[in-house]
Ligand binder design. Structure first.
Ligand SMILES: NC(=O)C1=CN([C@@H]2O[C@H](COP(=O)(O)OP(=O)(O)OC[C@H]3O[C@@H](n4cnc5c(N)ncnc54)[C@H](O)[C@@H]3O)[C@@H](O)[C@H]2O)C=CC1
Ligand SMILES: CC(=O)C(=O)O
Ligand SMILES: [K+]
Ligand SMILES: [Mn+2]
Length: 357
């Protein structure tokens, strides 16, 4: 029996609704397989934890997480309790940084039965490789003066090492796909970092002569996500550009509630963290209608990471059979609950098992 130790951190808001749903699905997957099991350990780290203890996670949190095979996280953020920059930097971003989860992989593709807001989405199937360790998300800077003279300075960090690493990851990924990498730039407006980004992209692309490349300014690229998303394969982007682009990718899929993501530790020193694109969705929390598919598809990415690609693809097929039969939560036009969608996925997984597929 192969055992995978998973640190389960629902976090805030609908994270507490979709993580338990996805964990139930994972348990079903393990039962079907018979030769694997998932050992979940739950951690209650969240904004409520902050209110009680003055910190998002205990001091030894990273030590405790280090020995898990992966971290499965929902979302972080409850503005009513804690300012967002405190909660995110106290947990989500801290884990990404300390565990060197330097790449954030975020696919966007059409799921059968889920209507894209695009009139003619064709069959787009793209992956954004988001640099996940530096860029515009930095804590370097400061505030000076008060009142009308007040100034905020925020530095963006672009190292050759991290930039090149994200780009190489994108090229490697593209070599297993449609062999095209698009670089998201803004070297017409950002004076130092983006021309640097462009030159690193040019250097790296020389090592991959079989891969087609192009470079698009992020503003134009955002429009192309709407007008011709089917023409993209892999897109490599900085931390902020990748963040924005992947909510847009989620938007053209139909809802941010279905978009999956994976924070990957590429050197194998620390666990990777699997966490969907969406946040804690305070506007729908507690209603039982959060779409569990983003979190469940994220679980599929975790299965892939564990080398269980066959199980991963069975899971995504089952999810797609459910969406194709219009068993959908309200964000994608249905009137089913989180629980009903989850139970339907579980039911169909059990049928797949009976058929011995
Ligand atoms: N990785 C993370 O943990 C992230 C955390 N956040 C945090 O989450 C909080 C809310 O942020 P927002 O900007 O509102 O982004 P959000 O992604 O939480 O919500 C945006 C919109 O999408 C909807 N939505 C999101 N997930 C859904 C799901 N699974 N099913 C159905 N509808 C869904 C929400 O109801 C809302 O209308 C903030 O505290 C923010 O900082 C935001 C993004 C990512
Ligand atoms: C923080 C956030 O929005 C993200 O990592 O996607
Ligand atoms: K999330
Ligand atoms: Mn985001």
């Amino acid at each position: 029996m192969k055992t995978f130790k998973i640190a389960s951190i629902p976090g805030d808001g609908i994270g507490k609704e979709v993580v338990p749903a996805a964990n139930k699905v994972l348990k079903t997957i393990a039962d079907i397989h018979g030769g694997i099991q998932f050992n979940f350990t739950d951690f209650p780290w969240s904004c409520e934890h902050y209110l009680e203890h003055g910190e998002m996670m205990p001091e030894d949190a990273l030590e405790r997480l280090q020995n898990f095979d992966s971290i499965f996280l929902g979302a972080v953020g409850n503005l009513k309790l804690v300012p967002d920059h405190i909660s995110l930097w106290g947990m989500l971003i801290k884990i990404r940084r300390e565990f060197e989860q330097v790449i954030n992989i975020r696919p966007a593709k059409v799921l059968k039965g889920i209507r894209s807001p695009l009139l003619n989405p064709k069959d787009f199937d793209l992956i954004v490789v988001r640099e996940n360790s530096e860029g515009e998300y930095s804590s370097v800077g400061g505030n000076i003066y008060k009142g009308e003279d007040e100034i905020a300075i925020q530095n963006a960090i672009f190292s050759r090492k991290a930039t090149e690493r994200a780009m190489r990851f994108a090229f490697e990924l593209a070599s297993k796909r449609k062999k095209h990498v698009t670089s998201a730039t803004k070297s017409n407006g950002i004076y130092y970092s983006m021309p640097f980004w462009d030159s690193v992209f040019e250097d790296v692309s020389k090592d991959y002569s079989e891969i087609q490349t192009d470079s698009q300014h992020i503003d134009a690229l955002a429009a192309f996500f709407v007008t011709r998303p089917h023409q993209f394969d892999v897109i490599v982007a900085s931390n902020l550009f990748g963040d924005i682009l992947t909510d847009l990718g989620a938007g053209i899929m139909g809802s941010v509630g279905v978009a999956p993501a994976a924070n990957i530790n590429v050197n194998g020193k620390y666990p990777s963290m699997f966490e969907p694109v969406h946040g804690s969705a305070p506007d729908i929390v507690g209603k039982g209608i959060a779409n569990p598919i983003g979190q469940i598809w994220t679980a599929k990415m975790m299965l892939d990471h564990f080398g269980e690609e066959e199980l991963g693809s069975v899971l995504l097929d089952v999810v797609e059979s459910v969406t194709n039969d219009s068993i959908l939560t309200p964000d994608v036009g249905g009137n089913y609950t989180t629980e009903e969608v989850t139970n339907e996925i579980i039911k169909r997984l059990k049928i797949v098992e009976k058929q011995g597929v």
